[in-house]
Design a protein around this ligand. Structure first.
Ligand SMILES: *Cc1c(COP(=O)(O)O)cnc(C)c1O
Length: 392
């Protein structure tokens, strides 16, 4: 009997090691990994530059404390601010921590300007912002909150609809005590639902008009995943606050809150903290991840690969419309929505040595590393085709 808690439904495979886009199982099988630790492995497994960065730092110093200067953190924060809307970065260790800290920043901002009554956060119903006690109530999903009463107050919800208007009655939902709108730029767990650029622009406009903050959760869709450094760049807008995590560490746990100067000013000494946040090992790996991703042409290549991948997937969809309902996504954040439950399909892909993972709405998430090779995409396409052909 396992001594691990039962809170995961684990598949019966274990891996010896990973290299690039592949995982090698203990039973000697080679799998094409398009789970990527759920959009975490931006550069695949055991990228030599990341291995080197981690080893180099491991020989110097593992951990200090935020009571002292943080040169590796300074360097990573500078890379982020140089390439984004952000003026300041606050490091934490995970996505949920980053979204929670973002909520704290929004509230503290209004406190600092004498409007502490503005403290409610407006989120999309059935979104995903992590699994901590506040984050599950931000997500507003029954599945996640069931059994965890009492309810954490301070969250209101709007629906995101596939029909128009996408956000019905949103203006009415913004009250005098609303501090911020917090949404995922692309809804990941919710089924790879891309919020259209027009809607993002509209949200930005409303936030400006109502003088509230826009928090765009890019924990899953940020750091090059959609072909831009941040997914909101497609819509040509800027948030006030953005939590990030997953892809920035390439497999090393890192989270961060990105902020404009306007809101960051309220985070004075003592307002937030994290023992491990900005740990030198994490920062060294993060620096190495961004050195690759921010290289000239890296993201253009992600877009190129994505166009090819999505196009090939749409061809399969057109050939098997009874199996596949829709191909969704942006960049290499891809969802294959099936006509019915996806469990069997994911299992069949796995039997053919392609690893993928589910999302809501019968969606199969396909999340290759951002440096995936075209030949590896071709291999995935071949396997997906084969499974479609033999489905039912
Ligand atoms: C994964 C995810 C989180 C939570 O991240 P953890 O590191 O699991 O806490 C938050 N927001 C979004 C959009 C995510 O995809």
């Amino acid at each position: 009997m396992s001594s691990l808690a039962n809170n995961y439904n684990r598949r019966k495979i274990s891996f010896k090691y990973g290299k690039g886009s592949f995982l090698y199982s203990t039973s000697g099988k080679k799998y094409l990994d398009m789970v990527g630790g759920i959009a975490v492995l931006s550069l695949g497994h055991s990228h030599p530059k990341l291995v080197k960065a981690l080893n180099k730092q491991a020989k110097k110093v593992w951990h200090i404390s935020n009571a002292f200067q943080a040169p590796e953190g300074e360097k990573l924060a500078k890379k982020i601010t140089k390439n984004s809307f952000a003026d300041k970065v606050m490091f934490v260790n995970s996505g949920a921590e980053a979204t929670e800290a973002s909520i704290k920043v929004a509230r503290r901002y209004f406190f600092s300007i004498g409007k502490s009554y503005k403290n409610r956060i407006l989120c999309i119903k059935n979104s995903f912002h992590g699994r901590t006690i506040a984050a599950i109530y931000a997500s507003g999903s029954k599945k996640m909150t069931e059994g965890f009463l009492p309810k954490v107050p301070g969250f209101d919800h709007i629906e995101f609809k596939n029909s128009k208007p996408r956000f019905p009655n949103i203006r009415k939902k913004i009250k005098k005590n609303t501090a911020a709108i917090m949404i995922e730029t692309v809804m990941g767990e919710g089924g790879i639902k891309v919020i259209p650029d027009k809607c993002l622009k509209y949200l930005r406009k409303i936030c400006n008009e109502k003088k509230i903050l826009l928090i765009l959760d890019e924990v899953q869709c940020g750091i090059g995943r959609t072909g831009k450094f941040f997914a909101f760049e497609h819509a040509n807008i800027k948030p006030d606050i953005t939590p990030i995590a997953k892809g920035i560490g390439g497999g090393f746990p890192i989270g961060a809150v990105l902020m404009t100067n306007k809101v960051a000013k309220c985070m004075t000494p003592g307002t937030h903290g994290s023992t491990f946040g900005g740990n030198p090992l994490a920062m060294s790996v993060g620096n190495s991840v961004l050195d690759q991703i921010l290289k000239k042409n890296f993201l253009t290549n992600v877009t190129k690969l994505s166009k090819y991948f999505l196009n090939e997937l749409n061809k399969i969809k057109n050939k098997y419309p009874n199996v596949i309902k829709e191909i969704r996504g942006k960049g290499l954040l891809i969802g294959i929505q099936l006509q019915s439950d996806q469990t069997k399909f994911i299992k069949s892909l796995e039997k053919n040595y392609l690893l993928t993972i589910r999302a809501a709405e019968n969606v199969i998430r396909v999340l290759p590393p951002l440096n995936v090779k075209k030949t590896e995409i071709d291999l995935a396409i071949k396997i997906i085709k084969k499974v479609c052909k033999n489905y039912n």
